[in-house]
Design a protein around this ligand. Structure first.
Ligand SMILES: [Zn+2]
Length: 383
């Protein structure tokens, strides 16, 4: 029995691999007139192509973000959901949540790459933007900046659509603990280990392996997992996660979880195994749930009635009331950050990127989010 999501699980997403080519190939192989050299050539082509397409379905970057988007959909105000869908056009909400991963091979979007995460010193117990802010080139400032672009209805529509897709992705990322972690091991990418019998690393385990382990037990794949998570959010959790709409508070929760993850690193044979899964999967679930609830709240706040003006409140809020009493999976540290510049941006010449990237290649999408960061971020991040 496959441990991975089925095609049924992702039906309804426009871009998921369709079996047309393999069927076409199989049919052609039955044609009596097809000569041997052609058959051999086609087999060779298939052998080259199939392994590249295969891993796409197994990316946490995709599954996790889609789950978050689906959870958020159920908590959005009706009018907000309508506007989100109107802004996205033909793109689904689940697709929009992974768009920021789709554009990573497009050099015009290199400016997005450092915005998926934030680094902190090893001994840091909380984020200080004057120390960790990277002149605004990190996820906390990015969420605030693009939330405000989305909120500002005087901005061009294309700019707001792009901001919407960035917010939908980054709110997910900031809830993945290892997107708020350490530069020296590239957010756990350099921490090699085995996960469920396969070579992996700490970051990949949290991006991909744990959720795939869960999907192994989830008939229906990520869509079913989304429904399961959405339906098991308790009222007190929803209240707790709604206590703050400040991304720095969410990031501080992730940092607290990262510290716990590093304090309990698996060592030795098996590394990440079913015992680790049983211990940490509740945390993964809570981070996905919290991200979905908060994405909805942020969009409700940004697009709801009476919020047509850009917010003056930034990622650097030092309002103690903005910090929740408890976090998702970990307690939030107090926020005492100071203002940091918003992310700088070199817009691509053609901002109609949603259309351009709708037909993305499976090959480009199978790597974990932080792995991408590791390869592409500016030198100061080295990832
Ligand atoms: Zn990301």
């Amino acid at each position: 029995m496959s441990g991975f999501p089925t095609r049924d699980a992702t039906s309804g997403t426009a871009e998921f691999g369709r079996p047309g080519s393999p069927r076409g190939y199989a049919a052609s192989m039955r044609r009596p007139c097809l000569r041997a050299p052609f058959r051999i050539a086609r087999v060779l082509i298939l052998l080259l192509v199939v392994p590249l397409a295969g891993p796409r379905a197994f990316a946490w970057g995709n599954e996790g973000h889609r789950i978050i988007g689906t959870i958020a959909t159920s908590s959005m105000d009706e009018a907000v959901l309508k506007e989100v869908r109107d802004l996205l056009g033909e793109m689904t909400i689940a697709d929009a949540c992974v768009w920021a991963d789709e554009i990573r091979s497009d050099r015009r979007y290199d400016w997005v790459k450092p915005l998926h995460y934030i680094n902190v010193p090893r001994n840091a117990e909380r984020i200080l933007l004057e120390r960790d802010g990277e002149d605004g080139q990190q996820i906390v400032s990015a969420i605030v900046k693009y939330r405000d672009v989305l909120k500002d209805r005087s901005k061009p529509r294309e700019e707001r659509v792009e901001a919407l897709k960035l917010v939908m992705h980054f709110v997910g990322d900031v809830h993945q603990p290892l997107h708020v972690s350490y530069k020296d091991d590239l957010g756990g990418n350099r921490l090699a280990l085995t996960a469920f019998g396969r070579k992996s690393n700490l970051h990949r385990a949290w991006d991909t392996d744990l959720i795939q382990r869960r999907l192994k037990d989830t008939k229906g794949g990520w869509a079913t997992m989304s429904a399961d998570l959405r339906e098991t959010i308790k009222p007190d959790q929803r209240r707790q996660w709604s206590a703050s709409l400040e991304p720095i508070a969410w990031a501080n929760e992730s940092l607290a979880t990262t510290r716990r993850i590093y304090a309990a690193l698996p060592k030795g044979p098996g590394d990440i195994d079913d015992a680790y899964y049983r211990e940490w999967m509740p945390t993964v679930n809570e981070r996905l749930q919290a991200a979905g609830v908060r994405l909805a709240l942020m969009l409700n706040e940004a697009l709801g009635p009476g919020t047509k003006k850009s917010s003056s409140k930034g990622a650097d809020s030092s309002d103690p009331a903005a910090v929740p009493e408890g976090g998702a999976g970990a307690p939030a540290a107090p926020s005492d950050a100071t203002p940091a510049p918003a992310p700088s941006r070199a817009p691509p010449a053609d901002s109609g990127s949603s259309r351009r990237n709708r037909g993305h290649s499976p090959r480009r999408r199978h790597r974990g989010c932080r792995s991408r960061h590791a390869r592409t971020a500016r030198p100061s991040h080295s990832r």
